[in-house]
Write a protein that binds this ligand. Structure first.
Ligand SMILES: [Zn+2]
Length: 297
């Protein structure tokens, strides 16, 4: 059956709404980051020089590739999986409740998928591209290797089929994931009380930045995407608190250029089996003079 025939006008509207909402949210996040940043970038990225824009080029380059891949591969796979509907969902559950149930179930799935990306060496090959970023802002939420995206779509298709998740629920979930990812990667300073209150339900920047801490025991923790209750439930929290000077990235590894990042999954997995590196690899990515200046009241 033609994909165009399956996509009725309501779904097309949902897709257009998703694109517009995510774009507006991204622009708002980028503006708020300029207004109230939470952390300073490492020295080599400071001052909006060539290195800064090269970084944006890498992150947005992956976004452009992924947008094309989503249309060509992820969307058709998802539509196919959602169209199977191998069993009928119980009629006792009010129809309006299903999207809510689906969002919680799909968020539980993405929690375990993310965790598997850190534990399974083959999956880490792809996911490492996301973590190599040496600073975080809203563009980091868009930086994923297309291999990870495709593998994720295949595994998710199995979940969609098993749970008979309708396409509308998947599209709502995808929209929420993008909104949540832009939110918790963004470098914005949220009033502490508000961030703490939000943290009871959703993953906040303070929580997710610790996941990007350039220390492996923290990188391998805090896997939640939308809801914050999976990590305490499955014991994957870390006691580490985010600090303004927390170094971001992968322990013992550094950023690479766009072409090298695309080829990263083809490199030997030995990278992750190395023991934790010494203090030099996890030192803050700032000069001592700057550290001293920032520690002054
Ligand atoms: Zn991760």
């Amino acid at each position: 059956m033609e994909i165009a025939a399956i996509l009725d006008s309501a779904l097309q509207q949902l897709l257009a709404f998703k694109g517009l909402l995510v774009l507006l949210w991204l622009l708002l996040a980028l503006a708020l980051e300029q207004w109230r940043p939470a952390a300073l970038p490492p020295l080599h990225l400071a001052g909006y020089g060539a290195a800064w824009f090269a970084r944006w080029g890498r992150n947005l380059g992956f976004f452009a590739l992924n947008a094309a891949l989503s249309t060509l591969l992820v969307l058709p796979v998802t539509i196919w999986a959602a169209s199977l509907q191998l069993w009928a969902r119980p009629a006792e559950v009010p129809p309006l409740l299903w999207p809510l149930i689906d969002i919680v179930l799909l968020d539980l799935w993405i929690y375990w998928w993310h965790r598997a990306n850190h534990v399974v060496p083959f999956l880490w090959r792809f996911h490492e591209v996301h973590h190599r970023d040496r600073h975080l802002d809203a563009t980091s939420a868009l930086r994923f290797h297309f291999g990870e995206l495709f593998l994720s779509a295949l595994v998710r298709a199995a979940v969609i089929i098993a749970l008979a998740v309708p396409l509308q629920s998947v599209l709502i979930f995808e929209t929420l994931v993008l909104v949540a990812a832009i939110f918790h990667h963004a470098n914005w300073r949220i009033p502490a009380g508000l961030e703490r209150a939000l943290g009871y339900l959703v993953i906040t920047p303070a929580r997710h930045w610790v996941h990007h801490h350039r220390v492996r025991r923290d990188t391998d923790s805090t896997y939640g995407t939308i809801f914050s209750f999976w990590d305490p439930l499955f014991r994957s929290t870390t006691p580490t608190e985010r600090t303004q000077l927390m170094p971001i990235g992968v322990e013992g590894r550094d950023e690479a250029d766009f072409i090298a990042l695309i080829g990263l999954p083809s490199q030997a997995v030995a990278t992750r089996s190395t023991p934790p590196i010494g203090p030099s690899a996890i030192a803050p990515a700032r000069a001592p003079a700057e550290l001293a200046r920032e520690s002054q009241p």
